[in-house]
Ligand binder design. Structure first.
Ligand code: FAD
Length: 489
């Protein structure tokens, strides 16, 4: 406490403060990007104010200090992913000699535990930022002009603060299309606060959030129908991986309906819902979860009082995260670059180092590893086969599909798939895509190799860990097929 106090006092004196502004830096939005930028800027000696609408998670704001990731994104979702795997483990145990386990999932008990953990994290973030000397201001921030920010607090009071530099890190918000009955649908925000587990769920969408929730809810015992208007979910991921996951989800009993788009959601007299699609199919359920993308949270931000340009609500920035206005920057999801927590952290860190740390750092968006926490998981780094075939003249593609050892005795039908893509001109591995249990944990290490330019010869020279699924990545020797001048041979 004394230490925190000391740091706060020290930091009210800025080594950068210029002109008549109250702060060197004002950051609007205390999510991944804003938290990292504010903490690093303060550690470099800047006087920083961080404005966040709430210090504690939950409706109606949903997000709070720590941002989407901590409150209504990565963290609570991953806790649900963990919870969803127990049914499979209980089932599979019989094949390994365990007596049958009869288990039921208690949604409320889980939610209480989940909420305790998120509250704990809200506290950790608040203390960590306070300790670093960041002044956290709870309220909604909006621009009065290029340097002045109006803060509206929950108790109805308001104030205005001014800063030399402003960073916008307000993140995004779930998008719901306009549709008859859409008010009956929930989004990824509300799912974390539902009072009861929906026994039958229709998930609408084809992005990673839709796919993850379809797998989570299925694992928790709900009947899941996923509707997506496109040909196949997970656009932008490697096509073979998407097809592989489709088969696995299908074999587990998640009901997938592609080229299927809701036209209307009806509320029935007994409280259930019916989704009617454009093709005339109907699905009765207890909840409709829309995961059809996210929009930037830039409405009500007072951008009309500035010259900051937007594009579909998002804020375009240059390579150094600067908007078209000299003293205003933006980081994270609001910039529509790569909407992932580690990317927002990286952008915030680079910006703070550049503005106050005496070193120019531009965020690097190449070879970013990412995962889909489906069942089984997908993890990926680098080019998809489709993108590599057009980016490089000649490529070799190595693939392997197999039944992981753990699934043999357990009787799980799930199979693994792995793909390595190599640029023939340099032998560099330019893409790795994996769909199997623990794919994300595997990919983090592989990502370092690919990011630092490992060649296929380096992969071949690496001795595997046996017996694992991951050893397949260092034992694929013969290309499954090649591309010459963009054409598959
Ligand atoms: P955010 O984290 O969204 O933070 C913005 C903050 O600004 C919010 O706390 C908000 O309350 C505040 N705010 C907004 N407007 C104002 C205002 N006017 N005044 C004051 N405060 C304001 N990423 C991963 O890497 N891995 C995952 O597994 C993953 N899973 C996800 C699952 C879900 C369901 C969702 C929705 C997202 C997931 N993401 C995941 C994405 C990740 O959460 C975001 O990329 C990340 O949080 C972006 O950080 P940010 O700083 O841009 O914004």
């Amino acid at each position: 406490m004394v230490e925190e106090q000391r740091k706060v006092t020290r930091n009210t004196m800025s080594k950068f403060l210029r002109g008549s502004h109250m702060y060197d830096l004002i950051i609007i939005g205390g999510g991944s990007g804003g938290v990292r930028a504010s903490r690093i800027a303060a550690s470099h000696g800047a006087k920083v104010a961080l404005i966040e609408s709430s210090m504690h998670h939950g409706p109606p704001d949903f997000s709070a200090i720590g941002g989407t990731c901590v409150n209504v994104g990565c963290v609570p979702k991953k806790l649900m992913v963990y919870a969803s795997h127990f049914s499979e483990a209980h089932h599979g145990g019989e094949g390994y000699g365990w007596s049958a386990v009869s288990s039921t999932f208690d949604w409320n008990k889980f939610m209480v535990k989940k909420n305790e953990e998120i509250s704990r994290l809200n506290g950790v973030y608040g203390r960590m930022l306070g300790g670093a000397g960041v002044e956290i201001i709870e309220g909604k921030g909006s621009f009065k002009n290029h340097h002045e920010i109006l803060i509206e607090k929950k108790d109805g009071t308001s104030s205005v603060i001014s800063g030399e530099t402003i960073v916008i890190s307000v993140g995004g918000w779930p998008f719901k299309p306009s549709l008859k009955g859409i008010e009956h649908a929930i989004t990824s925000n509300e799912i974390f606060y539902l009072k009861e587990q929906p026994k039958r769920v229709v998930v609408v969408g084809g992005g990673y959030i839709a796919v993850e929730f379809a797998c989570i809810l299925h694992g928790l015992g709900s009947e899941v129908n996923l509707l997506y208007r496109g040909e196949l979910f997970l656009r932008g991921f490697d096509l073979d991986i998407r097809k592989h996951l489709e088969k696995q989800m299908d074999s587990c009993g998640v009901q997938l309906h592609f080229k299927s788009n809701p036209q209307e959601i009806k509320k029935n007299a007994d409280g259930t819902l019916t989704v009617i699609t454009e093709k005339g199919e109907s699905y009765e359920c207890d909840a409709v979860l829309y995961a059809t993308g996210r929009v930037a949270k830039t409405d009500n931000l007072g951008l009309d009082n500035t010259d900051v340009k937007t594009s579909n609500g998002f804020i375009p920035v240059d390579a150094g995260s600067k908007t078209n206005v000299d003293n205003i920057y933006a980081v994270g999801d609001v910039t529509d670059r790569i909407a992932l927590t580690p990317v927002a952290l990286h952008e915030g860190h680079c910006l703070a180092d550049t503005l106050y740390g005496g070193k120019t750092r531009k965020p690097d968006h190449e070879y970013v590893t990412s995962a889909v926490f489906s069942n089984p998981e997908i993890a990926t780094v680098g080019y998809t086969e489709e993108a590599a075939a057009s980016a490089f003249q000649n490529i070799s593609v190595y693939t392997s599909e197999f039944r992981p050892m753990s699934n043999i005795l357990s009787g799980s039908p799930l199979r693994a798939f792995m793909k390595i893509i190599v640029d023939d001109a340099t032998d560099r591995v330019v893409g790795v895509h994996v769909c199997c249990d623990h794919a994300a944990e595997i990919m983090q290490g592989v990502g370092i190799a690919v990011k630092t330019g490992a060649s296929k010869a380096d992969f071949d020279a690496t001795i595997g860990i046996h017996p694992t699924s991951a050893e397949e990545l260092v034992t694929m020797r013969t290309p499954s097929y090649k591309y010459k001048n963009g054409a598959k041979l």
